[in-house]
Design a protein around this ligand. Sequence first.
Ligand code: SAM
Length: 343
Amino acid sequence: MGLTKLCLRLPWPRHRTRKASVVKSSPYDSQDSITIAEKPQYTGQPGNELTSERAGAICNKITETYSELLKLANYEPGEQINKLLGDLVPLCTQNLDREVVQQIVQSARVQEILPPLRDICSQAESCFESYSAAKIIGDGKDDPKTALERAKSFRYYSNYVELAWLELCGIQAAGRETPKRIAFIGSGPLPLTSLCLLQELKKEADNESDAQGIKVLNVDCDQAAIDISRAMCHAVGDWSKGMEFLCAEAGSPEVDLTEYDVVYMAALVGVSQEKKEEITLKVVNSMRPGSLLVVRSAAGIRTCLYIEFDIATDRLLEKLEPCLTLHPHNEVVNSVIIARVKI
Ligand SMILES: C[S@@+](CC[C@H](N)C(=O)[O-])C[C@H]1O[C@@H](n2cnc3c(N)ncnc32)[C@H](O)[C@@H]1O
């Protein structure tokens, strides 16, 4: 499993022209689209001066893309959104001179649109995940082997495999042993990271009985995401044995994390440093001392897509010992932060 070559990436191919449509036979059709209730007004006012031509051109492209995204009626997969995000993601994952990156992310006009742009990307990601999960489920009548083939032939499957592998390497480096139980908070409608982690951990198990004990708990506050991800796991049969599900808010008292060796927090759990920090503190309070927290973050120009999370704040450092941070330099979007709950 994994995310495009190293971490999470938004799921849009560049210049994809085929119009994707929702699988109408799926019982989850209502989850495939999130209609925009309120659109922020974007005036496109020029911001601070950019000294680099390259930075200026990238800022223009980002703000133009945002203006185009605001015109869409919803964010379900389709020709226009695939093209817009399919261009935006590589734009925001390219390797650039540090100065150019700073000019882009600090520019007033980019700063102005970042929160709503990230929000659109997050809604579109949920739509795409629901759409893809429904495709894997199909009409629900196929045998598990066929559904599993569909899951493995999912366009970004190999990216999930790679990302999971990368994250597990980080986890093993920080924890010195292979975890047996993982909780993934914000697992979403398409829990491929969890499934990939499950397969990797089973491979590492010493014997069949240990393999049976490997568990990945998927936690999401959206009941529809839990329902479709559970249905997707049911569709692929025994391959998903060990996947568990819980609909709950991150950090809520009903989520007891004491039996988990590793707890993940998805990139989209908490949309600001303050909010993510608050959630993290609650999550950590229900974790076992010595266990590992894996938080997906972003760095550099990738922060146009996801927020950057700072784990080294006073109140987090009281509870957590940061171990390592991995920043991708390829098409992967997310950085990964690993920290140990203080004993
Ligand atoms: C679209 S999914 C994708 C996860 C993605 N692979 C990642 O790493 O961010 C993100 C999920 O996080 C869930 N989520 C966001 N905030 C949450 C919270 N406070 N508690 C539980 N789930 C949350 C959303 O419901 C959504 O299904």
